[in-house]
Ligand binder design. Sequence first.
Ligand code: PHE
Length: 453
Amino acid sequence: MSERVSFGSRMGAIFAAAGSAVGLGNVWRFPYEAGNHGGAAFILLYLGCVFIFGLPIMIAEFTIGRRSKACTGGAYEVLAPGTHWRWVGYLGVLTGFLILGYYSVVAGWTLEYIWQALTGGFVGKSSGDYVRMFQDFSQHPFRPLVWLFAILFVTHWVVVKGVKDGIEKASKIMMPLLFVLVVLLAVCSVALPGAEEGLKFLLYPDFAKVTPDVFLSAMGQAFFSLSLGMGCLSTYASYFGSKTRLGQTAMSVGLIDTFVAVLSGLIIFPAAFSVGIQPDAGPSLIFITLPNVFQQAFAGIPLLAYICSVAFYVLLALAAITSTISLHEVSTAFLHEKFHFTRSRAAVLVTSGCMLTGVVSSLALGEWSAFKICGMNMFDALDFLTAKIMLPVGGMFAAIFVGWIIDRKIVKGEVTNYGSLRSSYYPVYLFILRFIAPVGIIMIFMNELGLLG
Ligand code: PHE
């Protein structure tokens, strides 16, 4: 068998994993979930979920991937042959495929906004105009589809190019750029008149607003944002070299991801309050507040407003693409490794399937919005099902698998790089995987269903 490709360096591995984690989940989903669930209290619960469940489960997924040297759809079979654990891998592939459909729709919106920014579409508009502009666009039957296909084509192209020249290189360029811009914009937003209200919303928790739904949403957001629970990071970890330090990589990815999410909150909320937009506007939030921020923050310097708005949406698109690549890779690697399709044939199948789910998700916001499942349109239903149910369930099984099923020597060997590192966090890590994560996740589900009183 030919040797498996791997990322070129330890930094490359961190960038690729962070590229997957940092995306629309941080800049688009995190602010509107926080806005819908009361702000600071949600954020505290979210941080709790990231550090208590998220990081240990991330190390567990790294362990599964690097040890098996297989994509998630095959990893459980390699590590526990002949058992039903392989279904956890398949569940991950399905989850990633479903997420990619609606995620690409939103990624497509960022392209429309680049176009608007480039052609001066944000200039001289009122807050109400931005709301209408977004609604007209997102409910249009064709326009969002053009951008959706564009995103899927770019994603397809990078995935076909492969792991080192495609995924690793793209992430290494895009991530640092995004970082710098997010910091700059947060500074601008906090300096807007009336920004204090937004800061208050973000920093003073109101625990009266914490309902069971807030717990579930915070947990779902943590899994979604860290790309956990569907084997995305375990697939990437199958390309990690033997010197990559799993604990350190997880910590770096977790910190980078949290930093970008919190900074996105610092961009959106002060800006939203400053221009009088409610923070619970939902999925449209960043598309209606940000154009306004650019115009207002740099009202006297139109060139700067222009450059910043173009740059922001370009980088948002890039961050989204490093995530769509990772979602696509899970299904592509699965078809390639399990059914022996060539990588490019596997990628064609995945891209075509996602075009279908993408079209359905996009039309669900316009023409097909009357079609509802449990009171939600197809777009919201897919988001709910994947982020709030499938990812936490997948993460819980990954924790149980590494905590209880795999040989303890392997579990310890992977975190210590077979004895060359002193991983003093190991006992805590194992305890979380075996008890805290599974029990905690089940309790959050029971709480949501009203079973905890
Ligand atoms: N973590 C990505 C984001 O925040 C989304 C994602 C979820 C990517 C699951 C891969 C797997 O945008």
